[in-house]
Design a protein around this ligand. Structure first.
Ligand code: SF4
Ligand code: SF4
Ligand code: SF4
Ligand code: FES
Length: 937
């Protein structure tokens, strides 16, 4: 499509019935109470000139361009700040108004560089547009007076510049940073003529608190804040709507191109998940798609000691198929398997699991969700009946109490984090349960009421203590429980939870959280009209991950906090398509739609559709594949978009397993760490080349549209189909739309989904079927998917990973905003400016005890491995706990993580590793280690 300009109604929409009748320029108009005159006019197609107003920000009323006349009122009020009233008669176009507006514009233009023709914003500048709209022809004051034309440009940010000479001090950037992003990094300094935009205390953007979300750039009506890519490449000319491929928020973007070149990504106002906002990754960090490290041709080698040999697609596929067949002939049908990726589209994932089941003839398929949110699937299915979050993101605007457990939304899910912060600034109360003092605990205009700074590994004890207070203090919502839940299971659970071992006083001893804080937090949660739980990998990546998910579900059911807006139990999914990859049947025990492989009726449906015999026994999970590879019975693996050697725990064991296999096939963008063990490398496609769908954390299915043709000449699903066909199972689709049609035909929750329907509705939250033809934003409204909610007893069992004198500290891991997972993409962008290396956060007490200085190198050793990082002394971690990220392969954080895992799903216990930290001398050779970082996960 040509460049898509979204309408701007000047001020935000107001919800409610259109009960206010008025007349604007002779047109009868009805709007909800509170609507501005500007918005009412714009909705009726009567545009009032404006500069400081935009519909994503509250009205400010500073530019005086939007003046109108209202019959019976004196003066010329600003239409953006004037609410509509019944019977109002408004004139927006009169000779008097035109003269006033021209006068305003004259003043702006007299202090603005006259370089429109060479300005990067030429053609996309509201100042230029408004000068035309008001009919400005000349500037009577001339340009010689005092002005800002020599003001400096701040180019410190890698992605955008700030050319102060073009600033009209409209304050849209400041308000965007406050209202949309919630970082409050900008201010207007000075008064009157001297007023100017300043980042933090007059620092450069890069040195300020700015998190580079780009909201200010988007709102700037001039070229003052401008993407550097626009300055370099020119104004884009066409738009493709697509979805971010980083985190589980699933932001919709306008990819804006000039010819075939991607110039910028602009968040789409109609994007269901992001509503026009973005973070630094989605908006700016797309350059990895054209990074020279991309491998674009298939490669094979007989042995991992041989050099790679570039081959044609046909040769790569024939070689792979014949090697897999040889292995199966020699070692049996169960000796090979496949791994799907949560980075890939639903369609790509669906064909991989189908190829494994139908062409490999086994159920040895698993997904990287195994190592992140598999306990979510298990726990929510047991209690509510479906393996997904209960709410849409918008719902947080109705929450009165928000509980964040083991998640760091401002870093890990930034656009949702901004949404949450807005609700907190409006007055919602916050409870944070996390060993670390994450940003949300105290950030501008947001302060958690309670921070439960528990010992890593004691989540279940803490959730049980909260439930204990609710049960023993009579805070249970009896009506809800009786009407919506299995009362017998509730009674058993209530009896269990009331045991003294679950009391706050007992839990204080193990968790370190004071009993009084546990009691007060429980009362706050239980007494809120609407209380919502949001959680992340700090819940799931534990030996009791599934137990904790069920513990939170119990808490929500007991207090009646499931089934309407503002409540619920919500996983903040890590990767862009974790939800989708699970939905698509990537688990060894489940077919698409979470139906067990042992279900004869379901299996028969798939056998009939696929024309293949399917196995009724579950296949191998990822850790079982590794174990069997080491023991010699598992010999071949097809890995799509997943760097097991970096992202899975106990790297030593993973590498031993990969080295023991006879055929490892890696399908990816870059030669990653796992590719060091591969015999075949099949180049993958970036999200800019993909055609399909991603499903985000709120079950929202978003279209991913190709912004450019596949740089490898093949779509990934075409490669998988060709491999299946070469193995003797013909698998063909004309398009990814056809794959979605098959998914819809085979998966009841997707039955109403098609590409045509997605184009029509923008996005769809599953279930989408005859009962819910436009999707389901909130689940479990009248009844739980399983019928009655099911309480599960959740005894706390301490992890086997214990500290002792040799390993006295607990290591826990997480993410930061600018990098993503193992960093394969973000490390190949200018985002490295913010996070060039992983560091180890250590409390000053622990550092001092060991003689560790801030910035010095330390070794970190666990029972399974040892690595080296730079230390940062930080009071965000408590005494006894150290923390690091895992974005750089060189830091090898997973070298030290153990093989302990969730009892139900085998999700690794990344969040608890007993370690010792010591200073190291001499300092490691960074040049050497950084060479190693060219690999990826
Ligand atoms: S980029 Fe985002 S965080 Fe930085 S100043 Fe602009 S709005 Fe604020
Ligand atoms: S930088 Fe742009 S948005 Fe900010 S005050 Fe100046 S002109 Fe307005
Ligand atoms: S919040 Fe997540 S989905 Fe949205 S732009 Fe950032 S990384 Fe992409
Ligand atoms: S747009 Fe109304 S005062 Fe600026």
């Amino acid at each position: 499509m040509t460049l898509l300009h979204e309408p701007d109604y000047g001020t935000p929409a107001v919800e409610g019935e259109a009960t206010v009748d008025l007349e604007i320029d002779g047109h009868a108009i009805a709007v909800p109470p509170g609507t501005s005159v500007m918005r009412a006019a714009a909705e009726a197609g009567l545009a009032v000139p404006k500069l400081c107003a935009t519909d994503s920000l509250d009205a400010f009323g500073s530019c005086r361009l939007c003046l109108v006349e209202i019959e019976g009122r004196r003066g010329t009020p600003a239409s953006c700040t004037t609410p509509c009233e019944p019977g109002m008669r408004v004139n927006t176009q009169t000779p008097r108004l035109e003269k006033l507006r021209r006068g305003v514009m004259e003043l702006y233009i007299s202090d603005h560089p006259l370089d429109c023709l060479t300005c990067p914003a030429n053609g996309d500048c509201e100042l230029q547009d408004m000068a035309g709209v008001v009919g400005l022809r000349d500037v009577r004051y001339g340009y010689a007076g005092e002005n800002h034309l020599d003001a400096p440009t701040d180019s410190s940010n890698p992605y955008f510049s700030f050319d102060e000479s073009k600033c009209i001090a409209c304050s849209r950037c400041v308000r965007a940073c406050d209202e949309v992003q919630g970082t409050l990094a900008l201010t207007i300094q000075g008064r009157g003529f001297a007023s100017k935009v300043a980042a933090s205390a007059g620092e450069s953007f890069m040195a300020s608190e700015c998190v580079s979300c780009g909201a200010c750039v988007q709102e700037c009506p001039t070229s003052t804040l401008q993407e550097k890519s626009v300055i370099e490449l020119g104004m884009p000319t066409r738009t493709v709507l697509t979805t971010c491929a980083y985190c589980g928020v699933g932001c919709t973007f306008k990819a804006e191109l000039r010819g075939d070149e991607l110039v910028r990504m602009v968040p789409y106002k109609d994007g269901g998940a992001n509503e026009g906002h973005s973070c630094v990754k989605g908006r700016f960090a797309f350059g990895y798609a054209s990074h020279p490290d991309r491998v674009l041709s298939p490669m094979v080698r007989e042995s991992i000691d041989d050099p790679w040999r570039e081959v044609s697609w046909d040769e790569a596929i024939d070689y792979t198929a014949s090697r897999f067949k040889e292995i199966q002939a020699k070692y049996g049908p169960q000796s090979i398997g496949g791994i799907t990726s949560s980075r890939c589209t639903n369609e790509e994932v669906y064909v991989v699991q189908k190829a494994v089941r139908a062409a490999f003839g086994n159920n040895n398929v698993d997904t990287c969700a195994r190592v992140c949110h598999s306990p979510t699937g298990y726990g929510l299915k047991q209690t509510f009946g479906t393996s997904a979050g209960t709410q849409d993101f918008r719902s947080v605007a109705k929450a009165d109490v928000i509980v964040v457990i083991g998640a760091n939304p401002t870093e890990g899910h930034p656009v949702f984090g901004s949404r949450m912060k807005r609700r907190l600034r409006e007055g919602a109360q916050l409870i944070v349960i996390d060993p670390r003092r994450i940003d949300l605990v105290r950030t501008p205009h947001v302060e958690a009421k309670y921070h439960l700074q528990l010992q890593p590994g004691t989540n279940v004890a803490v959730v049980n203590a909260l439930a204990h207070v609710i049960v023993t203090e009579g805070l249970v919502d009896r009506t809800y429980v009786e009407q919506r839940c299995e009362t017998e299971a509730f009674d058993g659970w209530a009896e269990f939870i009331a045991l003294p071992e679950n009391s706050p006083e007992a839990v204080e001893v193990v968790s370190g959280v004071p009993a009084q804080v546990l009691r007060e937090a429980a009362r706050l949660y239980a007494s809120a009209p609407n209380a919502a739980i949001y959680y992340g990998l700090g819940v799931t990546e534990h030996s009791q991950g599934s137990t904790m998910v069920m513990g939170m579900a119990n808490l929500a059911m007991a207090t009646g906090n499931v089934g309407r807006e503002g409540v619920g139990v919500n996983p903040l999914r890590g990767q862009n398509n974790v939800q989708g990859s699970c939905d698509m049947g990537s688990f060894p025990h489940e077919l698409p739609g979470y139906r067990h492989v042992s279900d004869d009726v379901v299996r028969a449906q798939f056998e009939s559709m696929w024309g293949a015999t399917l196995q009724s026994e579950p296949g191998l999970r990822i850790p079982n594949m590794f174990d069997e590879a080491v023991s010699g019975s598992f010999k071949g693996l097809y890995i799509q978009g997943e760097d097991l050697a970096q992202s899975d725990p106990n790297t030593k064991h993973v590498k031993a397993a990969l080295a023991a296999m006879e055929l490892v096939v890696v399908q990816d963008l870059f030669l990653n760490e796992t590719a060091a063990f591969a015999h075949v490398f099949l180049p993958g496609t970036s999200f800019l080349e993909k055609d399909g769908t991603f499903t985000n954390a709120e079950r929202r299915i978003n279209r991913v549209r190709p912004v450019m043709p596949s740089r490898t000449g093949m779509q990934e699903w075409e490669v998988t189909c060709a491999l299946a066909a070469a193995m003797g199972y013909p698998m063909h689709y004309d398009s990814s739309a056809q794959i979605m049609d098959e998914i819809a035909a085979m998966t009841p929750t997707f039955s109403g989904v098609s590409f045509a329907r997605l184009d029509e509705l923008g996005s769809i939250q599953w279930p989408c079927n005859d009962a819910n033809p436009t999707g389901t934003p909130i689940m479990h409204v009248d009844h739980f998917v399983r019928g009655l909610g099911h309480f599960v007893e959740t005894p706390y069992v301490p992890t086997d990973e214990r500290t002792n004198r040799r390993f006295p500290l607990i290591l826990t891991t997480g993410r930061i905003l600018s990098q993503y997972n193992v960093g394969a993409q973000t490390r190949r962008t200018a985002n490295v400016a913010w996070h060039p290396e992983d560091v180890l956060d250590i409390h000053s007490y622990d550092a001092e005890e060991r003689g560790i200085a801030d910035g010095s190198w330390v070794s970190i050793a666990s029972r399974v491995g040892e690595t080296t990082l730079r230390a940062r002394i930080s009071d965000r971690v408590p005494h006894g706990v150290v923390y690091t990220t895992f974005h750089h392969p060189v830091s090898g954080a997973n070298v030290v993580t153990t093989e302990y895992s969730d009892w139900a799903t085998n999700c690794p216990e990344y969040k608890v590793t007993a370690v010792q930290v010591r200073p190291v001398t001499p300092v490691p050779d960074t040049a050497e280690t950084l060479t190693h970082s060219q690999g990826r996960v």
